[in-house]
Structure formats: C-alpha cells, structure tokens
Design a protein around this ligand. Structure first.
Ligand code: NAP
Length: 306
C-alpha cells in the first residue's frame, strides 16, 4: 500500500477546474501521485468555489504564472477551443523536462495547435480520459471518476518513450486502463462512440421541444418511453460540446454521412413493412449492448462515457 503511493511528479498543475480538472486534483491527491497539486482557473468564481470544497485536493493559485512555477506536469483541462490560447501562454513558462498534457475530447486539432508552441526540452503528451458525466464545474468532480475507465493517449512523434510511459503510469495509478493510438484514429473512434450520439441527443431533444402537435408537458410526462435517456446526454455542457463539433468536423461529418444513409435505409424498411430487416438490426444492436455490459463499461448510473 505504502509503495503504491509513491509520488510520480513533484508538482502537478491542473488548469481548468471544471468537472475533469477538479476530479483530477481530487484523484491525484487521493493517490498521492504528486508531492504538490496546484489548480488554476481563469474564472475567479470557479477558483472561489473550488477553494471552498473540503475534498478538492489542491491549493489554488491566483495566476497562471504561479500555478506553473516549478511544475513538472501541467494538465490543461479547459474546453477544446480554449486549448490553443492557453498553451500559447503556458508553453513559454515551462522548464526543460516538464511534461504538458491535456484531457481534451478531440486530439488532432489540439496537437496541431500546441506542438509548434513548445520550447526545447518540453514534451506534449496528449490524453483523453473517456469518462465523464453531464455535469460541469468544480462541485461536479469526484476522485473516482477515472477508475475503471479508459484513458486514450495519442503520443506526438519524437516524444521519448519514457516520457509517454510516465503519463501512462499516471493514468494507470488513477485506476484507468490506458490505450495508445494515433490522434487521427482517436478522432474517428470518438466521433462514432461519443460525438455522434451527443449530436443525435441534442437533435432529438430539440425536435421534441419544437413539436406543435405534442405539448411540452406531454413530452415530460411520457419521457420514460425513451426520451428521458436522451435528455440526460443533451444536458451536457454547451461550450464543451460546441468546441468538440467545431474541432472534429471531418470525422463527425464522415460518420454523420454513414449514419444518415443507415437512417434512410431504416426509413425504407418501415415504409415497406420489412419486419425481418427491423428485427435483424434490433437483435444485432442488443448484442452490442450486452458486450458493453460484459466489458464492465456500464454502471447502474449511466455516464455515456465521453
Ligand atoms: P467544465 O466543467 O466546463 O470546466 C472547464 C473549466 O475551464 C471552466 O471552469 C472554465 O472557466 C475553465 N477555463 C476555460 N478557459 C480557460 C483558460 N483559458 N484558462 C483557465 N481556465 C479556463 O469542462 P469539463 O467537462 O471539465 O471539460 C474540460 C475538458 O475535458 C474539455 O476539453 C473536454 O473536452 C474534456 N473532457 C470532458 C469530459 C466530460 O464528460 N465533461 C470527458 C472527457 C474529457 P469558465 O467556465 O469561466 O469558462
């Protein structure tokens, strides 16, 4: 037990103290992964909220300069669209040997933006914990968020393997299983497993809200018929998801094209009364659900793993 708590880093700086950032500070502290954990958020209100949380696990810096001072691991936990601007401020202040990382839900665009900003001797190891809830802000975080979940690392060419290995070890110590893949592959996989499902949820909830022949009180009253599960996904943070779609356009549009073709085919099966085709598809999809449960990727409380 004692050996497990050995610190991997001297000073970890977490920037962006929302759901993911504040879960990280809690989890890093709980696992004793760093001698010191410091957090910073651009919003004074978020800093104040975080500082008032008894289990926050980190001290709060009041400027970007002070959170970075002496940090050997810096994790950017801000919306995808804010990563480039933040990295431009952070990178020049990092000491040689420091590791910069992130938790963004899109990888290609972030890598393109961040790598040219890195000074000599500073490494960028991009990451994406496939774990989340539909809640935002520091109060929403919790230490066990990453346990039993996947974390995808998309290493940048030329990064020494021991640097990547330290980040892998970091996530494993938080209880995640780690997989390495290219950023391009990550963005395609997440487009179909996460981004498109969110888009569908946003769309169906929006369509229901606009219906004229069904009242909104009926939509709410009968939501247990399936609609309710979509509303949970569609309650996810608007800024985070706006940024995901703006920064993973290609993969999302490609997957959306395929989805639309399949939807048109379903439409045809219904119009033509092709019972067998419908039953075949619904049987196949039920098996996918079973595999997810068997793989331990479903809990009683669904989190729609982001
Ligand atoms: P969140 O709860 O909205 O928190 C983000 C925080 O970052 C906010 O407090 C925001 O402050 C702050 N911020 C924005 N720009 C900043 C800047 N330039 N410098 C410092 N702080 C800044 O979001 P989240 O859910 O934790 O998501 C953070 C990242 O994790 C995103 O990149 C997202 O794609 C990724 N991710 C999310 C999930 C999920 O399910 N939520 C899962 C995996 C990965 P303001 O509110 O004042 O702007």
């Amino acid at each position: 037990m004692g050996a497990l708590k050995t610190a991997l880093f001297k000073r970890v700086a977490v920037i962006g103290l929302g759901l993911i950032g504040s879960s990280l500070t809690r989890a890093i502290a709980a696992e004793g992964l760093a001698d010191e954990v410091v957090g910073f958020d651009a919003s004074p209100e978020v800093r104040r909220l975080a500082a008032a949380l008894p289990d926050f696990g980190a001290s709060i810096a009041d400027s970007l300069e002070s959170v970075l001072d002496g940090a050997d691991l810096v994790i950017m936990a801000v919306p995808v669209g804010a990563m480039e601007g933040l990295a431009a401020l952070v990178a020049p202040q990092l000491k040689a040997g420091a590791i910069l990382s992130d938790v963004g839900s899109v990888k290609g665009r972030i890598i393109e933006a961040v790598v040219p900003l890195l000074p000599e001797g500073v490494y960028f190891v991009p990451g994406h914990p496939v774990a989340g809830t539909e809640f935002s802000g520091p109060e929403a975080g919790f230490a066990s968020l990453f346990a039993g979940r996947w974390c995808i690392i998309t290493p940048v060419e030329g990064t020494p393997s021991e640097v990547v290995a330290r980040v892998v070890q970091f996530w494993e110590r938080l209880g995640s299983s780690v997989e390495e893949m290219s950023a391009e592959h990550h963005d395609i996989v997440l487009a179909i497993t996460s981004h498109i499902p969110h888009l569908i949820a946003y769309n169906i909830v929006g369509t229901a809200a606009d219906l004229e022949e069904v009242t909104s009180s009926e939509v709410i009253k009968y939501s247990a018929g399936g609609f309710r599960d979509f509303t949970r996904i569609a309650a996810s943070d608007p800024v985070m998801w706006r940024d995901v779609f703006m920064n993973n356009k290609e993969a999302v549009l490609e997957m959306l094209g395929r989805f639309t073709e399949d939807l048109t085919q379903l439409q045809r099966h219904i119009r033509r009364g092709d019972e067998q085709a419908l039953e075949d598809l619904f049987t196949r999809t039920r098996a996918i659900r079973r595999s997810i449960v068997e793989a331990g990727q479903e809990t009683e409380k669904p989190d729609f793993g982001r």
